[in-house]
Design a protein around this ligand. Structure first.
Ligand SMILES: O=P(O)(O)OC[C@H]1O[C@](O)(COP(=O)(O)O)[C@@H](O)[C@@H]1O
Ligand SMILES: [Mg+2]
Ligand SMILES: [Mg+2]
Length: 358
């Protein structure tokens, strides 16, 4: 076998379908189409400046963010790969204000596809890993154009979730609700090969990831958690912690799936109009499903993330995920914060990270 005895994505999907005799094969076909879009994006990313894909597209998305050339191209690749197969009824993307309506001549399928076509796009021009994230829901009205409301399902309803990471190697990480599995793209065969079956996030960790430049906007529970990690061995945790921040959700997730850790982009007070930085439907929900299926925890900081009922397509949310014990600890600190209040020594009025001027 040219894949060294390992399953390909196609073989893996056929095995999955065997467990569901009633399955029509639409979900497998949809995943194959998504994986094709990811291969096409991986190629563009790999050619970088030679393909003229770096820099800004000189436009803004619905969230007012600067769109990169690759954001726009990746969005188009996802749409083109998935609009004709008859497996999706409609799509929602970070880069489009409203759901995408399939061209009139294409059949409408029974799934909804939600995606962030290029995640971590601030990293493109500095040649650091980026990715694509996707989530699959059942269409409440198969065969018809979906309404906005049809997409507003909680993460617990997801049928499938995954991401592709365009790093030193290109990988596809996938769950269909029976574990989280990673495939590495064999660049010669153009084939996804199952390289990491049944990923598990270790329950314990001494590594955390957070954008510390937001520390003055954090809630007390988050300040307390980070404070205790920074205090290291002599502090209340009795251990030295390591910190990472890549500014690419896909890359942070991948590290946590491979070696554990906890990620926080919590609700903060930076912009009272926003509940957090990351988008619920096509960032936090799919990552939560992947992490939970790998034995980790995924939370708003207060409750299970996948139980949140979405209100709008591009809704943002506070997001904490990773090693289960740490996620539970952060949830507990939020509860204690409400019950007792907490003044973090390092972040208090005279603390090291105080925002108060002398
Ligand atoms: O710039 P910050 O505040 O560090 O934010 C980084 C976060 O923003 C994101 O890049 C948002 O994703 P997009 O690139 O798809 O907008 C996440 O991947 C990442 O966790
Ligand atoms: Mg993103
Ligand atoms: Mg994006």
């Amino acid at each position: 076998m040219p894949t060294g005895g390992r399953s390909t994505l196609t073989q893996f999907l056929i095995e999955e379908r065997r467990r569901h005799p009633e399955a029509t094969g639409d979900l497998n076909a949809l995943i194959t189409d998504v994986s094709l879009a990811c291969k096409a994006i991986a190629k563009k990313v790999a050619f970088g400046a030679l393909a003229d894909v770096l820099g800004s597209a000189q436009s803004a998305n619905v969230q007012g963010e600067d769109q990169k050339t690759l954001d726009v191209l990746s969005n188009a690749m996802f749409l083109r790969a998935n609009e004709w197969g008859g497996h999706t009824a409609g799509m929602v993307s970070e880069e489009m204000e409203l759901p995408y309506t399939l061209p009139a001549q294409h059949p409408r399928g029974k799934y909804l596809l939600l995606f962030d076509p290029l995640d971590g796009s601030s990293n493109i021009d500095v040649n650091v890993a980026v990715g694509s994230i996707f989530s699959v829901l059942r269409a409440p009205r198969p065969g018809q154009n979906p309404s906005v409301q049809d997409f507003l399902q909680s993460g617990a309803e997801q049928v499938c979730a995954g991401y592709a990471i365009y790093g030193p190697s290109t990988m596809l990480v996938l769950t269909l609700g029976r574990g989280t599995h990673a495939f590495t793209l064999d660049p010669l065969l153009g084939e996804w090969v199952l390289s990491h079956p049944n990923l598990r996030v270790p329950e314990k960790t001494c590594e955390f990831a957070i954008n510390a430049s937001n520390s003055r906007f954090w809630e007390p529970a988050v300040k307390r958690y980070v404070d205790e990690c920074l205090a290291g061995q002599p502090g209340p945790r009795g251990a030295d912690f390591n910190m990472r921040w890549i500014a690419s959700l896909v890359a942070e997730t991948h590290r946590i799936l491979m070696r554990g850790g906890v990620f926080m982009y919590p609700k903060d007070t930076k912009d009272p109009a926003r509940a957090g930085r990351l988008r619920l439907l096509y960032e936090a929900n799919p990552i939560s499903m992947l992490i939970e299926q790998a034995g980790g925890g995924a939370s708003t900081g207060r409750t299970r993330l996948m139980d949140v009922k979405p209100e709008t397509l591009h809704q943002r949310i506070g997001f904490v995920f990773g090693s289960k014990n740490e996620v539970e600890r952060i949830e507990r600190y939020h509860r204690e914060d409400i019950e007792e209040g907490y003044e973090a020594p390092l972040f208090g009025k005279r603390g090291l990270f105080s925002s108060a001027t002398a």
